[in-house]
Design a protein around this ligand. Structure first.
Ligand code: LLP
Length: 432
């Protein structure tokens, strides 16, 4: 049987005309678990992690998986078992990490709007570091730590004013973004923080954006961060670790992001050249660890050819795959069973009552009603951003490990969705 791998997807391939994730046949998975169905390759996630690990051999580096990309417990557990720490942005995410067996001391807590309750819970859990994003937050964290008789480990997120050349909604390190402390105010902020008794300065961090596919923004950000470390340390405040924020972009549609290993060789060479070679490092990759490891399998409900456009209506929608509607994002769409008939051009859309509910524009596909399609590169920022819009149940998720499959999230039910709601008066049916 011939085997044919897909671009950018080392663990997804056609064997004959059937699409497989590792050794699992996708048609069989869809039959067993229904659609829409998210399917992830464990080997693909671990291979993506290994690319970072290879780049860091011999260095003190903590890789903190940013679980906003995919916060399903089974995925968190996989990275915890592989030795990762975690970047969380809410008490909810922190709770998930602990529930999946992650170590509190390897958690860093990012985000511009941490509440006092979140700070208190994170301190009590014993997390590794808070990435603080404003001067006002420093004051509050100091107060909360003192009220518990503790010191909060702190790193300050700086805004290096570097253009990551990505979509504006996921660009975060420019002046005018809500994130981090402006470059000019960083040294004085560190001096102030060092004088607050409830804080213990650990590091410095930045995050310039997501889906970055070029090297230059990282190298520029590192340069600026090192300038700041020098300036801060010159005032007598030691910086123990440098955290470079999120990870690399991925290949959605032929993008060619740098290889993690190669990029890190260059970044580490810069560190060495400036005399920071022994410094501890942290990174917070999300998308690049899970994005290309996942896909969403969806069934073609109807073909609706039209005068101007042909619509292919599938059972996945913007509530399952929000990235096209939100960022005009591109996801490859391929048949789960290849057909030999000539292809036609389709607008691939979901059942939601909005014109913004599209998954792919102008896709050449040979399909019939009832066929299955796989929406690729859907491991990151899909399920974690899924909603119940139109009272649609969130999809099930399966983790494939060789020929083994683990159902890591059951399909939601309507009862699950309505569980926390209350009527104001009993219905007639309830009264009877
Ligand atoms: N660290 C911080 C502080 C972040 O804000 C983010 C992502 C990351 C790490 C992880 O970045 P990554 O390695 O995944 O690039 N929903 C958008 C992406 C939003 C990213 C937000 N922050 C999307 O679907 O493209």
């Amino acid at each position: 049987m011939s085997s044919n791998r897909l671009p950018g997807q080392p663990y997804i391939a056609y064997h004959g005309d059937e699409l497989f994730v590792e050794e699992a046949n996708l048609s069989a998975l869809a039959q067993q678990f229904g659609t829409p169905l998210f399917v992830y390759s464990k080997a693909s996630m671990l291979a993506a992690l290994a690319a970072y690990q290879r780049g860091f051999v011999g260095r003190q580096v903590q890789i903190c998986y940013a679980l906003k990309a995919n916060s399903t417990l089974g995925v968190i557990q996989l990275f915890a078992q592989a030795g990762c720490g975690f970047d969380v942005v809410s008490l909810g995410e922190l709770t998930r990490v602990l529930a999946a067996g992650g170590q509190a001391s390897r958690i860093i807590f990012s985000g511009v709007g941490k509440t006092r309750a979140e700070m208190r819970a994170a301190l009590q859990a014993g997390i590794g570091c808070f990435n603080v994003e404003s001067e006002a937050e420093l004051e509050v964290l100091n107060e909360v730590a003192l009220s518990l008789g503790r010191q909060a480990p702190v790193s300050i997120r700086v805004n290096p004013n570097v253009d990551p050349q990505t979509h504006p909604y996921i660009s975060t390190g420019l002046k005018g973004n809500k994130f981090g402390i402006a470059h000019e105010r960083v040294v004085q902020t560190y001096q102030h923080a060092a004088a607050l008794p409830g804080l213990s300065i650990q590091g410095i961090d930045c995050h310039i954006g997501s889906q970055i596919t070029q090297e230059a923004p990282y190298l520029d950000a590192m340069e600026r961060l090192l300038d700041l470390v020098q300036a801060i340390e010159a005032t007598g405040v030691p910086i123990h670790h440098i955290d470079l924020g999120g990870g690399l972009g991925i290949d959605y549609n032929g993008e060619t992001p740098p290889e993690a290993e190669q990029l890190w060789h260059k970044l580490l060479a810069k560190l060495d050249a400036r005399g920071f070679g022994k410094r501890s490092l942290m990174i917070e990759p999300g998308r690049s660890l899970v994005g290309n490891a996942g896909m969403c399998v969806t069934e073609v409900l109807y073909l609706k050819p039209g005068e101007q456009k042909n619509f292919l209506i599938v059972d996945a929608a913007m509530n399952d795959l929000p990235r096209p509607a939100m960022y005009q994002a591109y996801h490859r769409i391929v048949p789960v069973k290849a057909r030999s008939a000539p292809s036609e051009t389709w607008e691939v859309v979901g059942p939601i009552c909005e014109s913004g509910d599209w998954i792919g524009h102008e896709r050449d596909l040979s399909v019939q009603q009832g066929d299955l399609l796989a929406v690729l590169s859907a491991g990151a920022y899909c399920m974690s951003m899924a909603s119940n819009y139109n009272t649609r149940n969130r999809a099930a998720e399966v983790l494939v490990d060789g020929a083994q499959t683990h159902l890591i999230r059951e399909r939601e039910s309507y009862a699950d969705q309505m569980r926390l709601e209350h009527l104001t008066v009993a219905t007639d049916a309830q009264k009877r």
